[in-house]
Design a protein around this ligand. Structure first.
Ligand code: ADE
Length: 231
């Protein structure tokens, strides 16, 4: 079974709409749809916004279902001028950019005392995703930075370490957290984001406008990943 998560309902609604649904699974206020997509068993739903909710939901699904892989999808803000609004970014790896124990001598983003900083996605899933031909835009493979902040221009100006120190390509609010839970549980993980904004002062408007486009784009990628697993 493949788990497909996005932070918000709007980020996974196209996958839900195409699912041949058998049942729902509830976890508190969260509702997950269980069924088949092109004959592959899928569970799809939202993780909630931010690292805590996303980690909680991921661990719950891992414990309740026999997952073969987990794909997280949705929107991200580009901080790389070569990656434009409408493009797709497949994360080769991710870092929690707001995890900062530098006063203790740890690198920014490093989980103290665990030697974990850069969390790699599953290479096989990344290779599959990078060859998908999107309906529009370009597919990039790069580094996604995760933090409990929606980044707009003011934030970014004081956060030049996102590019210079962490070498990030885009920012969002869940990916590295989910990646870290999957790594802890040895579950293959892939993170696919549609670029909705450039983390600048237009970010809010672009983000809201892009939700339905991202949902359709995510579905296109999920379907292509699943096709490789179809019986
Ligand atoms: N997701 C989409 N755009 C974002 C931004 N600018 N900051 C954080 N998360 C985002």
């Amino acid at each position: 079974m493949i788990a497909v998560l996005g932070a918000m309902d709007g980020e996974v609604e196209t996958v839900v709409a195409h699912l041949n649904r058998d049942r729902v699974h509830r976890f508190g206020t969260f509702v997950f749809h269980v069924g088949r997509l092109d004959d592959v068993e899928v569970i799809v739903g939202k993780s909630g916004v931010g690292k805590a909710r996303a980690a909680m939901v991921t661990q719950h699904l891992i414990e309740q279902f026999r997952l073969d892989s987990l794909v997280f999808t949705g929107l991200a803000g580009s901080i790389n001028p070569d990656i434009r609004i409408g493009d797709t970014l497949v994360a080769r790896d991710s870092i929690q950019h707001d995890l900062d124990a530098t006063p203790l001598g740890f690198a920014r983003g490093e989980i103290p005392y665990e030697h974990v900083r850069v969390i790699a996605s599953d290479l096989r899933l990344v290779e599959r995703a990078r060859t998908v031909v999107p309906a529009s835009g370009t597919v990039h493979v790069g580094r996604i930075l995760t933090g409990d902040q929606f980044i707009s221009q003011n934030g970014l100006r004081t956060m030049d370490y996102l590019r210079t120190e962490l070498h990030g390509d885009a920012v969002e609010m869940e990916g590295a957290s989910v990646a870290s839970v999957c790594a802890f549980n040895d579950l293959p993980f892939c993170l696919i984001r549609t670029i909705s904004d450039e983390a600048n002062r237009d970010a809010r408007v672009d983000f809201e406008r892009f939700l339905p486009i991202a949902s359709a784009n995510s579905f296109h990628f999920i379907r292509a990943l699943i096709a490789a697993d179809s019986p």
